[in-house]
Write a protein that binds this ligand. Structure first.
Ligand SMILES: C[S@@+](CC[C@H](N)C(=O)[O-])C[C@H]1O[C@@H](n2cnc3c(N)ncnc32)[C@H](O)[C@@H]1O
Length: 382
């Protein structure tokens, strides 16, 4: 299936053409994908030698202040891997594959490039788009913590609003099952029959005490609204968009694919809406509702928002925080799972702010939201 969106040029070929200037492979290895790590070097070689097409960057991509060849380094080898759907030229599953052999990934990919150049070129020109369901682990932990912190006899109904929601899969996070320890023996929260099971959620078998207490006190938040925004929203019910989400997952990480498949199934049962809008404009049109807890959350999107837009978004978050004064006005919380600099190092941390109170750092986790742990971090750089 070809991409539904008009192709957009997104990658900077210079990142490939300069030897050793594509940090993508290193990131892939750190994130645990030996297949993509193994493919990236021969891929870069072939691009440099002109044996496979190198997409050229769009003006929009070049203008991005944080532009890095990361997306490109990772996605170029893996984008068309799985997205070919019915084509069998390269691995769509990990079954029976030995990913410790670098050629296992790149050789089938090269064959596919040779056999279906137009198909590949179409996919490589669109920006990578993911929706990582594991991050719901952190968002939901934050939601339970702020709900509990209200100290009410009954938790109020929750309005979930997400910035950079992608396909809006995490707007159904309250319907996921979160587990830690083998088979969830040490910690489990959420619907035991959920098609989305987030295993290995907490590194030490259970969340830090405060979050574990909140999880016990708030076993099933009542969500009355699910609304997100994204500059490039995907529709999880559209087969082409679902395929795109699948395509950008690395093929040697089957748990990610299982989480995604479960979330796509859940999306058919639990409606949520994602509007095509930037974060600041979306927040500018947001008001609280009496008797409800309005939660604005986001994960790994902050770095894509231009600085001026983010300043506006922060001003709107402050406005909503000041407005959230209790049942008459409604309550407000802002949750973020984002890479932040801590002592000069990037870490993925969960922060929470209730009303206009102080921002708290609740936990940190793997970039995909799992293997989370308590954090000693209280001060973020900037
Ligand atoms: C890396 S994805 C993360 C998606 C999702 N939050 C997750 O954690 O899986 C970043 C998302 O931010 C969106 N995005 C980028 N700039 C944005 C902006 N200014 N306002 C809203 N969304 C934006 C992108 O389209 C993309 O869907």
């Amino acid at each position: 299936m070809e991409p539904r969106h008009p192709p957009r040029r997104h990658c900077d070929p210079r990142s490939y053409r300069r030897p050793h200037r594509h940090p993508g492979p290193r990131s892939c290895a750190e994130l645990g994908s030996p297949a993509v790590r193994g493919a990236a070097d021969p891929a870069a070689e072939d691009v440099r030698a002109g044996r496979v097409p190198a997409p050229t960057p769009s003006r929009r991509w070049r203008a991005r202040p944080d532009r890095r060849p990361w997306d490109c380094g990772c996605s170029a080898p893996c984008t068309p891997w799985c997205c070919s759907g019915k084509r069998r030229t390269w691995p769509c599953t990990t079954r029976g594959r030995r990913w410790d052999d670098p050629g296992a990934a790149w050789e089938p990919f090269r064959r596919a490039v040779a056999e279906h150049p137009d198909h590949i070129a179409g996919w490589m020109r669109r920006p990578p788009q993911t929706n990582e369901v594991g991050r719901a682990n952190q968002l939901i932990a934050g939601l339970l913590a702020v709900t509990d912190a209200l100290g009410l006899p009954e938790p109020p109904p929750v309005r979930l609003l997400e910035l950079g929601a992608s396909a809006g899969l995490n707007l159904r996070a309250d319907r996921f099952r979160v587990r830690a320890g083998p088979g969830g023996r040490e910690f489990a929260w959420g619907d035991p029959g959920s098609p989305v099971v987030l295993d290995g959620a907490w590194r030490d078998g259970a969340p830090p005490p405060r979050l574990a207490t909140a999880a016990a006190r708030v076993p099933a938040p009542v969500v009355v609204e699910r609304l997100g925004c994204d500059v490039d929203p995907l529709d999880p019910l559209d087969p082409a968009d679902a395929l795109a989400l699948r395509a950008y997952l690395w093929p040697d990480l089957p748990h990610r694919a299982e989480r995604l498949a479960g979330a796509l199934a859940l999306a058919r049962e639990v409606p949520a809406r994602v509007v095509r809008q930037g974060a600041a404009d979306f927040l500018a049109g947001t008001e609280l509702r009496p008797g409800t807890l309005t939660v604005v959350w986001h994960s790994v999107m902050r770095q894509y928002v231009p600085p001026a837009e983010w300043s506006r978004a922060e001003a709107e978050l402050d406005r909503l925080g000041r407005a959230g004064r209790g049942p008459g006005s409604g309550w407000f919380a802002h949750l973020a799972f984002e890479p932040r600099r801590v002592g000069g190092v990037h870490r993925f941390v969960l922060t929470a702010r209730l009303g206009d109170g102080p921002q708290e750092v609740l936990a940190e986790a793997h970039p995909w939201g799992l293997d989370a742990r308590a954090t000693e971090t209280t001060a973020l750089d900037g």
